[in-house]
Design a protein around this ligand. Structure first.
Ligand code: UT7
Length: 311
């Protein structure tokens, strides 16, 4: 039995911090932030749970479903509001879902990991999964540290994955992890995010290029066959460097980081929902998702868009 994405949605907190906010408070400039990252503003505030519920509710509505139709909730997050219990349990309760609920902590690659997981659970008998990426990194950001404060924002995105499509949702996937890179990006319990930005940048480009090359080979496709690329939104220069190396054009690439900054697990589903709402994907199109993050972890997946027989 196959699967398809039948709903999508996203959520951002109301409060916006522009680059000017940091220019007024730190030794930085709008010009530096824009040129070195591509980010112009980010949304701050709210809870991981509330953003996840809002994005999840929007995805359910798009799919024409109610919470009771869902029999698996996965929330990808590195920033749950509490250490115990998982964020997914309260999302499950708020949306009145059935079946199981679990969190996935794979940092900025978490949503892509979770999509692969949901697809596998559908093969194992789940009918409809709600897959959400939600993070509130601002709670772990040192607003006095210009190297990290300018990068992160809060936000969430969600999709509904349903069984019953003519063929499989996922043509190929690649999941990776490298714990030797753990000291490059981390937050101690109760502490702020610390990062070696330059080294993360270097490794991110290498990991994404390798991972995308692998999924192209596994799916038997080339860059020309990809109608839409949704990369993790960390830095415009990372996206451009990856695209140049794998041959993907920027016109078919989703860039939302100028508006939302780096929202970790929220970034790929947010970007996907934004592109679908803008009419950038048609039934049958191949869509590539690829992300990397703390761990390091990385994940790429090629999916075929459209309901394709889901009734
Ligand atoms: O989701 C995954 C999470 N993280 C990432 O993806 C981050 C990946 N890395 C990056 O995006 C980039 O490395 C940064 C945006 C973090 C930094 O950009 P960069 O071009 O790699 O700069 P750099 O770290 O090499 O620093 C260049 C200079 C340094 O000054 P000196 O040593 O040349 O005098 C920094 O101190 O820029 C300075 N700098 C800043 N200047 C103004 C660092 N941050 C800032 C700032 N404003 N906000």
């Amino acid at each position: 039995m196959g699967a398809a994405i039948t709903g999508w949605g996203s959520a951002l907190p109301d409060k916006v911090l522009t680059n000017g906010y940091f220019e007024a408070r730190l030794d930085t400039t709008d010009q530096w932030i824009t040129e070195r990252t591509g980010i112009r503003e980010r949304h701050i505030g709210g809870t991981t749970r509330a953003l996840a519920i809002e994005a999840g509710r929007a995805a359910l509505s798009r799919a024409g479903l109610e919470g009771g139709d869902i029999d698996l909730v996965i929330v990808a997050t590195t920033t749950p509001d509490q250490t115990i219990p998982a964020a997914s349990a309260s999302v499950h309760q708020a949306l009145k879902c059935r079946g199981g609920a679990l969190d996935v902590n794979a940092a900025c690659a978490g949503f892509t990991y979770s999509l692969v997981l949901a697809n596998s659970m559908i093969a194992a008998g789940v009918q409809r999964a709600l897959v959400i990426g939600s993070d509130t990194l601002s709670r772990f950001t040192n607003f006095k540290d210009r190297a990290t404060a300018i990068l992160f924002g809060d936000g969430a995105g969600a999709v509904v994955v349903e069984a019953g499509a003519a063929d499989d949702l996922i043509l190929a996937y690649d999941l990776g992890a490298d714990g030797t890179a753990a000291p490059l990006l981390f937050a101690e319990i109760g502490g702020y995010i610390e990062m070696d930005g330059r080294e993360i940048f270097r490794r991110a480009v290498r990991a994404e290029v390798d991972s995308i090359t692998k999924v192209f080979a596994a799916a038997g496709c080339r860059a020309e066959d990809i109608a839409l690329f949704v990369p993790h939104q960390a830095n415009l220069r990372i996206i451009e460097a990856v695209n140049a190396r794998v041959g993907l054009p920027m016109e078919r690439t989703v860039v939302v980081l100028d508006r939302i900054g780096n929202t970790s697990a929220g970034s790929i589903p947010y970007g996907l929902a934004d592109a679908v709402e803008a009419g950038r994907v048609e039934d049958g199109d191949l869509v590539l998702l690829s992300g990397f993050g703390a761990g390091m972890t990385w994940a790429s997946v090629i999916i075929r868009w459209g309901r394709r027989g889901v009734t």
